[in-house]
Design a protein around this ligand. Sequence first.
Ligand SMILES: [Zn+2]
Ligand SMILES: [Zn+2]
Length: 344
Amino acid sequence: MRAVVYDGYSGPAIVREVPPPVCPVDGAVVAVRATGVCRSDWHAWRGHDPVPLPHIPGHEFAGVVAEIGSAVTSFRVGDRVTAPFVCGCGRCEYCRSGNAQVCPEQTQPGFTGPGTFADLVRIEGADVNLVRLPDTLDFVSAAALGCRFATAYRGLVVHGRVTAGQWLAVFGCGGLGLSAIMIGVALGARVLALDTADGPLRRATQLGAEVTLDTGSDGDPAHRVREITGGGAHVTIDAAGSPDLAAAGVRSLRRRGRHVQIGLLLGEHAATSLPMDLVISRELEIYGSHGMPAADYPAMLDAVTGGLLRPGRLVTRTIGLDGAGAALAAMDGPAGPGITVVVL
Ligand SMILES: [Zn+2]
Ligand SMILES: [Zn+2]
């Protein structure tokens, strides 16, 4: 099969022929039809998040079941599916309590093993981890659901507990941030979008953000957010993964507000410091968010099929597998306005 492979961190990521995956007894091999290019793929390629080498990147995808393990009962060959980027074991206390997103035995195609920038990908625990796609949802729109869109959804609904009329401030308007903006608007929140570039901020406005702030030139972002929202946002999200933005997110909250950290803080940024004095005096809540388990997808998919959420609107560019390596390398620079999807 064809796959994008890199032999070393930051080295060439190019298409070559590799042996196809072997189907696990309880898993599946999925023929990838569309797969998003996500900043976490870039982190792995850069070596911030170590992966086995040589490596096939890619972790948010949609496709068709090509082969199914003999122990799988809920899926069959030909089913249109996606899967969360964190696949749970299905047996541990976390999986059994509905929290496969933090399973200690988790597998992550594209990180712990070969990913989805390939004709075929192996998924462990198919009954636990595959998600059947609605017939009306096309593969390109569905490609973002395994990581950025689902993570933003769970971050806002479960951790942020965003309700209509509340202020949501989204720091960073890449694929994750724009997903959060679309979902926040759908929940009825008043959305404030922050970024350093015009393109992503224009896209944020198109998706329903009420206010946009340029964090490069509009002064102290936390001060501006508190000013505009009359005391601070109810919920803030760092969707870019930066120590400065994480701290600004916390400082932007109104009393008893909630900061959700979704953008990755890795390597030298792992021990980011946050203003804990404010966390105490303003009774703030801080959450990390790590994807969404397959079992929680139906509510989100209902909102997608009902037209309330339209993840396809976030996709601004489709490319072939040949262009995936260059798209990965392009993430050295600032995020473009929207999601790039590789179509196979
Ligand atoms: Zn588990
Ligand atoms: Zn991702």
